[in-house]
Design a protein around this ligand. Structure first.
Ligand SMILES: [Zn+2]
Ligand SMILES: [Zn+2]
Length: 246
């Protein structure tokens, strides 16, 4: 049973140590597995310890994945304001539910939920950055204020987590080919890409109505440019391919 297979990883990793991934030499261990029935299906929740950032990164797993090929995988960065509070300053909740819906539709897969609120600067600093945007910071300044994430480190953690789950190869749910390249650099076998398409709703319809999206930025209701917090251009169903850049 998949459940047992995942649980075996906890015992396997008890004394795991390796040279680590990336320049930060991050190493992770699977430390806990439990069932997590969700509105997106009967997932398992896998908890990871790591030797670097003290953050509790987790994987949501649906169906059999251990040792299998072409497992659908979505990388998601925690966003409390979007994921939980339903903020419209970003598109994170749509990206999260879109990823889980895709895995549900495909019948199996893994969503890595990476705990790096506000690109790793934390919730309070994110509120500070939002406040600066309200004072009229331009996109570049806002990027800096939001503390552009150390992508290299993120992919190292994610890559080790995928290795620890024993996936033979992955199909990345993303609109960002750079993500595939980065994971490949960390020795993850990337067998292909599944476009990350979000269902239109009353909150993301503005993506379709504004034509001003550029390199991961979009224009919000108040007409200000916002930074895409998931490093992944948004594609809402019905949006022409030509509007997807970067
Ligand atoms: Zn390791
Ligand atoms: Zn967000």
């Amino acid at each position: 049973m998949a459940e047992d297979t995942l649980r075996e990883l906890v015992a396997r990793d008890q004394d795991h140590e390796c040279d680590g991934f990336g320049s930060a030499r991050v190493c992770v261990r699977v430390v806990a597995v439990a069932e997590l029935p969700t509105r997106f299906g009967p997932f398992k929740l896998v908890g990871f310890w790591n030797n670097r950032d003290g953050k509790e990164h987790v994987a949501l797993v649906l169906g059999d994945v251990v040792g299998l090929e072409e497992v659908p995988v979505r990388l998601h960065s925690e966003c409390l304001t979007g994921d939980v509070m339903g903020s419209l300053r970003c598109d994170c909740r749509d990206q999260l539910t879109g990823g889980l819906e895709a895995i549900q539709r495909l019948g199996r897969g893994v969503l890595l939920y990476l705990r790096q609120e506000g690109r790793g600067i934390g919730l309070i600093n994110k509120i500070r950055a939002y406040a600066l945007q309200e004072q009229g910071l331009d996109t570049v300044e806002a990027n800096l204020a939001l503390g552009f994430r150390d992508d290299e480190r993120d992919y190292a953690v994610a890559a080790h987590m995928l290795h620890s789950l024993g996936l033979g190869s992955v199909k990345l749910i993303t609109n960002n080919p750079e993500k595939m390249r980065q994971l490949t650099q960390h020795r993850v076998k990337v067998a292909g890409r599944i476009p990350h398409v979000i269902q239109p709703n009353q909150y993301n319809r503005f993506y379709l109505e504004t034509k001003a999206r550029r390199s991961g930025h979009f224009i919000d209701f108040s007409g200000k440019a916002r930074l895409g917090e998931q490093s992944d251009p948004v594609r809402v169903e019905g949006m022409p391919e030509s509007e997807l850049e970067g």
